[in-house]
Ligand binder design. Structure first.
Ligand SMILES: Nc1ncnc2c1ncn2[C@@H]1O[C@H](COP(=O)(O)OP(=O)(O)OP(=O)(O)O)[C@@H](O)[C@H]1O
Length: 291
């Protein structure tokens, strides 16, 4: 449905993304990378807020920048920060947006009732949003992105600021929404998308590192992830010859999960790689730098 073809984006001399090639059809795609990797840049190009410096983005074979409104009619977008009026209720806010989109009053009322039910906000439909939790606000955001029943739904860091329970609810909602849509979710939190995404896209050094299923991406570290327990005193020297993924100190013993591409020692326990392992391994320099 959507093809990103040889796309690069420069801000002045700075290359944010270079030679990006991607194809999307229905399902959930998780765009996973640390902050600053270019997720928002890619998303902004895909929603026509900014134009690629090179290359093109096609929807059913047509360049989206030439399609204009015809493309945007098929698109629902939740930006990283979306503007809403906190003195409005969800119903007032959505009615206002529906009017801007040219949806008739009666039709809008029907759609809004349905949407508020879908995002589990029917009970607070008439309440001012100023007392809403982050999760409730994000669900209003999803509802506004769905007003035109879009075939393509693009959500930029939709789970930022949500607590674990709200994240779980969000995942259920997205799975439901993706049954007959293309859904793209950007995040730097592995657990947001690991269980729901049909494919994960990872961006590194301005390029696509992976676009594959979780299983296939995890295969890249097959046979290289281990767990071991070592005395605390050996930690420094251990760290110098493996890539540590996680450490837990328990009664003077360090339990370590790590990556080591070479020969293993007999005391190391090989374990099945998870997506979090790949994420921590691939972005170890960025993560260390942010410390
Ligand atoms: N308008 C701009 N002008 C100059 N540089 C920019 C601009 N927008 C983004 N950048 C730079 O491009 C790179 C990618 O930014 P982008 O916002 O796409 O990353 P991201 O992965 O979405 O991170 P975040 O989650 O923090 O938004 C960053 O180094 C950023 O500083």
């Amino acid at each position: 449905m959507i093809v990103v073809k040889n796309v690069s984006k420069y801000y002045g001399d700075y290359a944010a993304l270079t030679d990006i090639n991607l194809e999307f059809s229905n399902g959930i795609y998780g765009l996973l990378a640390p902050n600053g990797a270019g997720k928002t840049t890619l998303i902004k190009m895909m929603v026509t807020l900014i134009a690629p410096s090179q290359g093109e983005i096609l929807c059913d074979g047509k360049n989206i920048s030439d399609m204009g409104e015809a493309y945007r009619e098929r698109l629902g977008y939740l930006p990283q920060q979306f503007g809403f009026y906190k003195n409005y209720s969800p119903k007032q806010y959505l009615s206002y947006l529906a009017a801007l989109k040219g949806i008739g009053k009666k039709e809008a009322a029907r759609i809004i009732t349905e949407l508020l039910d879908k995002v589990a906000l029917s009970e607070v439909a008439g309440k001012k949003m100023k007392k809403f939790s982050g999760g409730m606000i994000q669900r209003v955001g999803i509802a506004q992105a769905l007003l035109n029943d879009p075939q393509i739904l693009i959500l930029d860091e939709p789970t930022a600021g949500l607590d674990p329970k709200e994240r779980a609810r969000f995942r259920h909602l997205l799975t439901e929404l993706a049954r007959n849509r293309l859904v793209i979710i950007s995040t730097h939190i592995v657990s947001d998308i690991e269980s729901i995404a049909n494919e994960i896209i990872m961006v590194k050094n301005r390029r696509i590192l992976y676009k594959d299923t979780v299983n296939s991406i995890c295969h890249s570290l097959d046979g290289h992830v281990y767990e071991a327990s070592i005395p605390y005193e050996q930690l420094e020297s251990f760290r110098s010859h493996v890539v540590v993924l996680s450490e837990k100190l328990d009664k003077g013993i360090m339990n370590i999960r790590f990556v080591h591409p070479g020969d293993a020692e007999s005391s190391w326990q090989p374990v099945k790689p998870h997506l979090e392992d790949v994420f921590l391994y691939e972005y170890r320099d960025e993560i260390e730098a942010k410390g």
